[in-house]
Ligand binder design. Sequence first.
Ligand SMILES: Cc1cc2nc3c(=O)[nH]c(=O)nc-3n(C[C@H](O)[C@H](O)[C@H](O)COP(=O)(O)OP(=O)(O)OC[C@H]3O[C@@H](n4cnc5c(N)ncnc54)[C@H](O)[C@@H]3O)c2cc1C
Length: 403
Amino acid sequence: MLNFDFSHDHELLEQSIREWAGREVAPRIHDLDRAHQFDRGVLPQMASLGLLGICVPVDYGGAGMDYIALGIASEELEYVDTSLRVIMSVHVGLNCLTLVAWGTEDQKQRYLAPQAQGRKIATYALTEPSAGSDARGIQSVAIRKGDRYVLTGEKMWISMGDVADNYLVFAWTDLEKKKQRDPSGMSAFIVERAFKGFSSGTLKEKWGILAGNTGFFKMEEVEVPRENLVGREGEGFKIAMFALDQGRYTVAAGATGLIRACRDASVTYAKARKAFGVEIGSHQLVKEMIAKMESDYQASRLLWLRAGWLKNGGRRNTRETGLAKWFATVASERAAGDAVQIHGANGYSDEYPVGRYYRNCKGAVIYEGTREIHTIMQADYLLGYRTDRPTRCELPAWEGSAS
Ligand SMILES: Cc1cc2nc3c(=O)[nH]c(=O)nc-3n(C[C@H](O)[C@H](O)[C@H](O)COP(=O)(O)OP(=O)(O)OC[C@H]3O[C@@H](n4cnc5c(N)ncnc54)[C@H](O)[C@@H]3O)c2cc1C
């Protein structure tokens, strides 16, 4: 039977994140954003709320909550600022959940457990200066030498790239397959910032998510122990795509939170601002923009909830998660544009938050599959050009109790 009510645990989670982010981050976010400052201080606070291992099993140091909880957290965090949700996307969605599904027991003990407790921060590194959507175009290579791999290459546009401790890195292990662009020649590795030959920096010219860190790193003959190979040699591309199913889910729920933030700011402003002798909210064209925000919010929420429900059941959800991410991010761009419009010239100033929403939302229309890549994906499912085959590892069904 369908049930649209959140469980008591979900409501408590929603409330506690709302209170924490509203109290600790919201009053400072304008200044952090203006200063382009990533506040490391939020990480231990998020860890103490259990967010950094929210749906990682308790046996590996996580909070053991379900995947709906991850969606709730993403929505609440992005309601305050996209930079907070990005932490969940890369640390939990793209990295920790990939180790839950694909990691060895040793990797889970050495990397997943400290990450889930927030003692180490992790991210995901696929994109390179010359390859984003075209992931087969990456140039990084990993050459096997005895019990190690030697990694050489450069990664760019990596969220938390200059602040993370651990990186899930993708590189070619088969150079013949690299030439043929055959993705079965790619492998996945856990690389530590502490490894010799690793160096990173922050991208300074970014104009959105300014309170978040986005970076690049170089690997100059970084020696990675064989035990840090995730999955088998040649499974890297599948693992990269698997990780995106989890990251995109957090992006979808986060964009839903951003639409809600646009809606709430617009409603408040539309009742406070007068034009032609009346509140601007009583003008029909303003009403139309606000009503569209509400329908986009509700539709986006239903789409991520459905994807989360599939994840809880251990069912493949690439198509549904992709649809949720595509719809919510495109809708968030529309909502943010309209929120600025409703605020008039004030919307064009950082005195009001809607300009920040407008700058922040655009990234999600680009990362984790651009709008165009998702458009193609959804059409290809319908046209029969794409089907999802089972992979060796999937996200385990959630085993806890939903109440
Ligand atoms: C803020 C931010 C954070 C990011 N964080 C991470 C991260 O943590 N880890 C990581 O690995 N990457 C990250 N990225 C990188 C992101 O995933 C890539 O930017 C994205 O995949 C797009 O790649 P690209 O920028 O190279 O654009 P391109 O792939 O060069 O695309 C340029 C344009 O061409 C279009 N296009 C490309 N191919 C096609 C096609 N076949 N059909 C139609 N149109 C097409 C695209 O839709 C786009 O409009 C981040 C990016 C940003 C902006």
